[in-house]
Design a protein around this ligand. Structure first.
Ligand code: NAD
Length: 319
């Protein structure tokens, strides 16, 4: 299966820029389509340095069909990571989430169906499971979306299934990411994910904020393991199918346990660590989440291997 040329929507963002950098370092060509809404110029500069002429940025909205068709032409693989990524933001502004996440992905499918790449990988989310208590979550677990964000990801899964029925030569693979972390993850604004938010607080001598009691559980997976899964999914032999995989580390921790690891690393790096401040739980947040990775490891042959301590140490300034 050829995978020389990749289109990555949202490639100026956290997961996308990590994926693009890896691909460029391995000699692939990468086109990033991104409106730079949460993606950064610094990420783009990094990719330009890594890829030279094998890298190209198309600065455009995902719903710009002409830009998308041009960016897609000649690519072997499309990875859709562009999205309005925040659960609280989706609660505050559901129509923007619907436009970017739901209609944006449907635009990709429509343009690809008219003659673009046949292999599409897209980001779904563990949020589709909502508060399903049957942990760890297997792929067949009942979906219970609890936010417009979760609903938009579920809509992507339905659109993917419908697309491969209408276009039997296509493969559209959905990856339900649990909590991804790693370098170049944004720590700015009120919608920052917990690890970059706490990293910033702990290294700047401020108190980390916990929403709720800290007993919530999450499966944190390092972005290098996630990019390995995306690459395996892109070349897996499953024509005419819309497979779904849960993607995590296969190991959940409480937020208090996470904070303990991060605080220890911050102290080792020489920071004076403040006690956490507890604030009210946020609407749409899920209490417990834990990922069963049996299917992704057996079908795609990728076993997540980066431990939390290994993944966090360099982020906290320890080699
Ligand atoms: P991110 O915000 O860093 O990346 C999203 C990128 O999409 C940004 O570069 C942004 O500029 C771009 N974008 C947003 N709207 C756009 C539009 N209308 N047109 C073009 N580009 C647009 O977020 P991320 O963490 O890298 O997330 C990537 C994908 O993975 C998203 O689909 C997200 O929902 C999904 N996901 C992430 C996690 C996680 O833990 N990070 C978990 C589950 C799912």
């Amino acid at each position: 299966v050829p995978d020389r040329t990749w289109l990555i929507t949202g490639g100026a963002g956290f997961i996308g820029s990590n994926l693009a950098e890896r691909l460029l370092r391995d000699g692939r060509s990468v086109i990033v389509l991104d409106d730079l809404s949460t993606g950064t110029a610094a990420n783009v500069d990094r990719l330009r340095a890594a890829g030279g002429e094998r890298f190209r940025l198309v600065e455009a909205d995902l719903l710009d069909e002409a830009a998308l068709a041009e960016a897609m032409s000649g690519t072997d693989v499309i990875v859709n990571l562009a999205a309005q990524v925040s659960v609280p933001a989706s609660v505050a502004d559901p129509s923007t989430t619907h436009r970017i996440n739901t209609e944006g992905f449907e635009t990709i499918l429509r343009v690809a169906g008219a003659g673009g790449a046949r292999r599409i990988v897209y980001a779904s989310s563990s949020a589709v499971f909502g508060d399903n208590p049957n942990l760890p979550l297997v792929e067949e677990a009942e979906t219970r979306p609890m936010s417009p964000y979760a609903e938009s990801k579920l809509a992507n899964e339905r659109a993917a299934a419908a697309h491969v029925k209408a276009h039997p030569g296509a493969t559209v693979t959905g990856l339900r990411f649990f909590n991804v972390y790693g370098p170049h993850q944004s720590a700015t604004g009120g919608y920052a994910a917990v690890i970059p938010a706490w990293r910033k607080a702990l290294t700047e001598g401020r108190a980390p904020v916990i929403y709720g009691d800290g007993q919530q559980t999450r499966d944190f997976c390092h972005v290098s393991d996630v990019t390995a899964v995306i690459r395996a999914a892109a070349v897996a032999a499953s024509e005419g199918a819309a497979p779904l995989y849960n993607v995590g580390a296969g190991h959940a921790v409480t937020l208090l346990e996470l904070l303990d690891v991060m605080s220890g690393l911050a102290r080792r790096a020489g920071h004076s660590v403040r006690d956490a401040v507890f604030e009210a739980e946020r609407p749409g947040d899920i209490r417990h989440s834990s990922c069963d990775i049996a299917r992704v490891t057996s079908a795609l042959g990728v076993v997540p291997s980066v431990t939390l301590a290994e993944g966090l140490a360099p982020m906290m300034g320890i080699d």
